[in-house]
Design a protein around this ligand. Structure first.
Ligand SMILES: *Cc1c(COP(=O)(O)O)cnc(C)c1O
Length: 384
């Protein structure tokens, strides 16, 4: 039995990130939201491509300082920043602090005055947005994130001492397709310039990732064209985007081996090493994680009949379901399953200590080549 392994394909990540950067207008800034995947290799790979990193905790600030010394975060966001958090962000030279409430802005002002450094700020606004044609209203509902528009206008008109309000930050939803994301960007910039006199607007992340079809990608080219239109309409305004999931989701895979297969009241189950304590994404999102089956050469152990199969892990809970598939084909003991789209909100959101199982290994490279080596019995890996 080989230990489950996360494989990050850093070449694929660099290529994907470069394509995103190239699709966006040159005057727009691309930040990467570190919370999607803070692995040092991922940050190092993205560093030459993105314009900066969006952080949301002191831990992420520390990670960035360790991995990319001399490259302060472009943004520091998140609810519940303590005075120590705010002081650390000022000391780290974070370019923009995204402020979530009027009270936080007052605390930041006092800290900035005491430290003798100005706090350059975007106000995070919970803006009510109607997306025409999408029958979807975003924002404008009670939320712990951001401030009401009237509060943001008041903060911008009378900022506390020590604070330089540069503009607005909005991150309202995730799973936006390109037309909807473009509509959001247009509406947010228009409101921010008119009501707050914004010189900078961060229109957020949340670009859609379709786990049901790994080949469908967010239309960065279409979004980039729309964003270029917004940049042209507001030439003095600096516009930023801060995607996370749509940048790294495709570059990570989780490889694991089938320990057991069985039929239970007519349904087939494949039990794999590891589980949702390594890869919580399907449990968190409520989807079936896409996977491919790599048959073990010479494997002659128990096998499903090729019909529908439910893939579960080693945890003693019925929630430990990684996937369900009608198309996987036969799955046998010793086969290797490659779960794709495990590069964002995957290992880092997983409840890794539940049941005290071993952690996975981590490698870089092409996950399918590694799976091929593995099924051929040339694992080059820790065995137990
Ligand atoms: C999580 C988050 C992002 C990134 O969202 P994705 O869905 O991963 O693109 C960007 N900005 C803020 C403020 C966030 O909280």
């Amino acid at each position: 039995m080989t230990r489950p392994v996360y494989v990050h394909d850093l070449d694929a990540l660099a290529g994907h990130a470069r394509a995103i950067r190239a699709a966006l207008p040159p005057q727009a800034e691309l930040l990467y939201a570190v919370k999607a995947n803070p692995e040092p290799d991922v940050l190092r790979t993205l560093a030459p491509v993105v314009d900066g990193f969006e952080t949301a905790s002191r831990g992420e600030l520390r990670r960035l300082a360790e991995v990319l010394p001399g490259r302060p975060a472009a943004a520091y966001a998140g609810p519940g920043k303590t005075d120590a958090d705010l002081a650390a962000a000022l000391a780290a030279g974070v370019a923009r602090i995204h402020v979530e409430s009027p009270a936080e802005l007052r605390r930041l002002g006092a800290l900035a005055v005491a430290a003798g450094v100005p706090a350059r700020v975007l106000l995070r606004v919970n803006l009510p947005l109607d997306a025409p044609g999408a029958s979807l209203v975003m924002g404008g509902r009670p939320s712990p994130f951001g401030m009401d528009p009237a509060d943001a206008v008041a903060c911008a008109r009378r900022p506390p001492a020590g604070v330089d309000v540069r503009g607005v930050h909005v991150h309202l939803a995730s799973g936006l397709d390109a037309p909807l994301a473009a509509t959001v960007a247009r509406a947010v910039v228009s409101w921010s310039v008119a009501e707050v006199g914004a010189r900078e607007v961060d229109v957020g992340g949340g670009m859609a990732v379709d786990y049901g079809d790994p080949r469908t990608r967010f239309d960065w080219a279409g979004y980039g064209r729309a964003l270029a239109g917004v940049c042209d309409a507001y030439p003095g305004v600096r516009i930023r985007v801060e995607p996370g999931r749509s940048v790294t989701a495709y570059c990570g895979a989780y490889l694991t081996e089938v320990i057991d297969v069985k039929r239970s009241y007519g349904e087939w189950f494949a039990v794999v090493a590891g589980g949702t304590h390594h890869l919580r994404t399907p449990a968190a999102k409520g989807h079936a994680q896409p996977f491919t089956v790599h048959r073990r050469h010479g494997g002659d152990g128990p096998c499903t009949d090729g019909g529908p199969v439910t893939v579960v892990g080693q945890l003693c809970t019925p929630k430990d379901v990684l996937s369900r598939s009608t198309e996987a084909g036969p799955v046998g003991v010793g086969d290797v399953l490659v779960f794709a789209m495990a590069g964002a909100y995957a290992w880092n959101i997983s409840h890794r200590d539940f049941l005290l199982h071993e952690p996975p290994d981590f490698r870089t490279g092409d996950p399918y080549r590694i799976a091929a080596e593995w099924t051929a019995g040339r694992a080059g890996q820790t065995s137990r």
